[in-house]
Design a binder for this molecule. Structure first.
Ligand code: NAD
Ligand code: ZN
Length: 353
């Protein structure tokens, strides 16, 4: 089969690979909608998780089931399904401890395009099909549902990690697709004021639509000073980090009230250490918590999030700015993600075989 792969750090290309085999609990899918992710860019061009050779890229999309193993109960060929980016082993001890995303070891639930072939292939292998596939609801467009693989669950997980409560003041740093969903997650959890940090016009427009009350543009001066001004010097209860780098934690800690929580979902592609400012961290005693996490994945969460889209609580179709048709367009869509034109939020490729 044909697939688009990471050939080595900084290098991608089309390859031929064996069609994956289906184990007793697995499923084989054919993709019908695919989306590249900023994480693919960190992985290939920053070598953030180490070198990979001929590893098929991609972890976001919707597919049609073509084969299931003999122990799979709930899915059959012909079903249209959402593929979660994170596909844990649900029998693992880590999953039983509540950390499915780390099944088998740290970040072990993140298999696609990390430790096994991803979804940019003509056929896709999914482990533990009953635990990891989500049925595509009738009437939900595959391109919109592709946002449920990663963007929606990750952004919403940011608001969970930050433990947003009714009436909180929340700052969301970085309003690409993940941060925009972080804004929406904060709204759904009852935040009062939401300060969205960003500068691109279409992202700002969607942040407001999703419920951001204030936009903080770094071009207007220091983000920290602007947040402190808007909060009368008190700071915010929660910070969701969905953009930036290792130094972003410095500002985040400084703008956080004692007792506050940072929910980081940003993939730190470069740098050795994360900076925590000693004095503003209460010289070690400020009750300022940093929670960073990979999104949990799995069928239940995906089906619940799809239900939220169907009920009109979330509209992830607003994230799609670039549309392509045909499997061979996957390369162009990924390069767009790498080059990040200013108007890009999320590209999607739809495929009619
Ligand atoms: P993106 O690059 O489209 O968006 C990030 C945004 O942050 C951009 O608009 C950028 O301009 C902005 N930004 C960069 N530096 C900033 C700074 N210092 N202050 C404010 N804004 C800044 O990426 P995305 O697709 O929205 O994803 C966000 C991050 O989440 C990526 O690192 C991605 O790899 C990661 N991610 C994590 C998970 C997870 O499970 N935790 C899943 C998917 C993606
Ligand atoms: Zn991703």
């Amino acid at each position: 089969m044909k697939a688009f792969a990471m050939l080595g750090i900084g290098n991608t290309g089309w390859i031929e690979k064996e069609r994956p085999a289906c184990g007793p609990m697995d499923a084989i899918l054919r993709p019908i909608a695919l989306a590249p992710c900023t994480s693919d860019v960190h992985t290939v061009w920053e070598g953030a998780v180490g070198d990979r050779h001929n590893l098929i890229l991609g972890h976001e999309g919707v597919g049609e089931v073509v084969e299931v193993g003999n122990l799979v109960k709930d899915f059959k060929p012909g079903d249209k399904v959402i593929m979660p980016a994170i596909t844990p082993d649900w029998n693992s001890l880590e999953a039983q401890a509540g950390f499915s995303m780390h099944s088998g070891g740290m970040l072990g639930g993140w298999k696609f395009s990390n430790v096994k072939d991803g979804v940019f292939g003509e056929f896709i292998h999914v482990n533990d099909a009953d635990g990891n596939l989500a049925l595509l609801p009738e009437g939900l467009a595959p391109e919109t549902a592709a946002m449920l693989s990663d963007m929606v669950p990750t952004g919403l997980h940011g608001s969970e990690l930050a433990n947003v409560q009714y009436g909180d003041k929340v700052c969301v740093i970085g309003i690409g697709p993940v941060g925009l969903m972080g804004v929406r997650g904060a709204v759904l959890r009852g935040a009062a004021d939401i300060y969205a940090v960003g500068s691109r016009p279409n992202c700002i427009e969607i942040a407001k639509e999703y419920g951001a009350t204030d936009i903080i543009n770094y071009k207007d001066g220091s983000i920290l000073e602007q947040v402190m001004d808007k909060t009368n010097g008190k700071g915010v209860d929660r910070v969701i980090i969905a953009g930036g780098d290792c130094d972003t934690f410095d500002e985040a800690i400084k703008m956080l009230k004692p007792g506050g929580v940072i929910g980081n979902i940003n993939y730190l592609g470069e740098g050795e250490f994360v900076k925590i400012p000693r004095a503003e961290w209460g010289v070690g005693m400020g009750h300022k918590t940093i929670a960073g996490g990979l999104m949990p994945g799995g069928r239940l969460r995906m089906e619940k999030l799809a239900a939220m889209v169907m009920a009109g609580r979330i509209d992830p179709s607003r994230l799609i700015t670039h549309r392509f048709e045909g499997f061979d367009k996957v390369e162009e869509a990924l390069m767009l993600m790498k080059d990040k034109p200013r108007d890009l939020i999320k590209p999607v490729v739809t495929i009619n075989w």
